[in-house]
Each structure stands twice: as structure tokens, then as C-alpha cells.
Design a protein around this ligand. Sequence first.
Ligand code: UDP
Length: 330
Amino acid sequence: MPTILVTGGAGYIGSICVKNLIDQGNEVVVYDSLERGHRSAIDERATFVRGDLGDRTRLDRAFAERSIAAVMHFAAYALVGESVEQPELYMRNNVEKGKILLDACRDHGVRAFLFSSTCATYGEPKEMPIHERLPQLPTNPYGESKLLFEKELWKAEEAWGLRAVALRYFNACGADGDLGEDHEAETHLIPIVFEAALGTRPKLFIHGDDYPTPDGTCIRDYIHILDLASAHRLAMESLLSDRGARSRAYNLGVGRGYSVREVIEAAREITGREIPVEVGPRRPGDPPELVAASDLARTELGWTPEHSDLDTVLRTAWSWHQRHPHGYGD
Ligand code: UDP
């Protein structure tokens, strides 16, 4: 079975993909700085190398110790609000350090590359649902940084034959057993809703209710991380088996959006708890609606989301938050 190097394998989406890859019989090397990830989220069966993406020497060692067949690249900063406040941080981490990883791939003969991208690369498209051929015009530095790195992938294909798949996630959510969502200074809606339900946060602020949507709050396409993990596995299999395939990008979402208010209402029903809410101002950089057309992933990869109905998403996340009221506790 091939060995896959996973950057950011201690993070929310990375850790679940690592588990999924190992369950399918792959060997995995996790490369993570633990700056934002959690040591206890790393599957015990994986080899762990603690290192920064910008540390070329450490990367070289990780590549040299085993024969790496493919790279899955998750390590990145991923907060829209933070990116608006500190855009240079996003350019450095998500683009410049990513290029160091690509150079290492080139020099170590790794040609198969899976990139954790985002619907934020589309910005605020006029058309909904969003398909892959729509123009990518990001409206925040986070989306911009992910788009710039996608372009690096396409350039690397021309320059030295990299074959990459960019997976453009919509809103990753849900939990898988003991693996769940825990970000320092949490900004994501679903964990915050449950923190408010548990009382570890006094209340939740709705970031604006004057958007041009039916209830005035933003609409997002919530995709369960187990469905993201299966898409990664399928994309990896296609990269490793079809060596003539060109680089490409796929949207990963279910094609159905929920507003912030709908998510809160569903969470109230599932938890049976009060969830104190206050309407606050809009958060800079938030588009009103992001819903995926994911036909391409379904037809080309044979991907079918199976866990992404709102009820399953919220129940798995609620169960994780009840068992981990303080997250991973590190
Ligand atoms: N949101 C909110 N209050 C919060 C966190 C998020 O109203 O405390 C809204 C946010 O403005 C967006 C939606 O919930 O419209 C989803 O935000 P999240 O940060 O989870 O994901 P994003 O879409 O930014 O990737």
C-alpha cells in the first residue's frame, strides 16, 4: 500500500482523512507543526513528524525517510475574519509555505498532490449553485490565498508534471467519534452554537441579519467531514491509478443550503437547550450565499455524500461537544 504524506493531519479535516486513509490500508506520515492542530487528534497508527511547512530541511527529512507516493495538503490558516485583519499571514502561510512544500515534492519525485481548497475562491458568484467553471473572484484574503495556491498547482503541472486535485470544500462540519472541531478562538458557526448550548459561551452572535436571503442570515452548504474524507480517498485513488489524468478541481458540497437561523433552530431541537442569540453586525468578507453544484465529483470520482443531512451533521457534532466540552483540552 502507498505511503501518503499528510500536512495538517492534526487538524479538523486532516485528522479525519488520516484515519480514513489508514482504515483503507494506506501508510500515513502526518506532517504538522501543532500550531493549530492537536496532538491527540493524530491517529496512533500514523508516523508523526512535527515540523513547519516553511522548514525545508525538516520536510526533506520527512520525504527522505520513506518513499512517499502522494501528498495531501491540509496545513493552512482558514479563518475568513482573521484573513481580513492579517492578510500577510495568509499569503505567507497558505501560499509561500505551500510553495516550499511543492518544491520538496518536485525534488523528491512526488507527482500526486491533493489540495484542501475552498468555495471561498469563488467570492460572491452571481449564479447559484456554484459550479467549477464559474469565475474565481475571492472577496477575502483567505479565499485569495487558496486561489493563488491552486494556480501554483496548475503552473507546477506545466513546469514539471505535477498532477493535482484541488478539492473546494463548502462548510466542513460534523464529527467522527472522538474526532471533532476544536479551533483556538473558535469562529465557526456550529461549534459556537453548541458552546452556547453547553453554557461554555454565554451567547452566540448572528453576524448580520440584513443579507438578501429569505430570513436575512447567510446561507451555507454544510458538508460532513466523513463525506469530505471519502472524496479525498476517491480523488487519491484516481490520482494514483490514472497516471495520464490531468490536474483538476472539484466542489464538495451537497447542493442544499441552510441559513444561520435554520442551523440555530435545528440545534435547539436536537439539544433541547436554550441557545441565547443576539444579532450583531455583519462579519467582513462573508458572502450571503454559498451552495455547491458537485455533479463533477459525483460523476468523475463516483462520490456520494452520505452523512451530510443537517440532522446527522448536528447530532454527530453535538455528541462530540458533549463529550469534549473543552475541545481536545490542549
Ligand atoms: N456565523 C454567525 N455567528 C458566529 C459564527 C458564524 O452568524 O458566531 C455565520 C457566519 O457569518 C457565516 C456562517 O455563520 O455566515 C458560517 O460561518 P462559518 O465561520 O462557520 O464558516 P464560513 O462560511 O465562514 O467558512
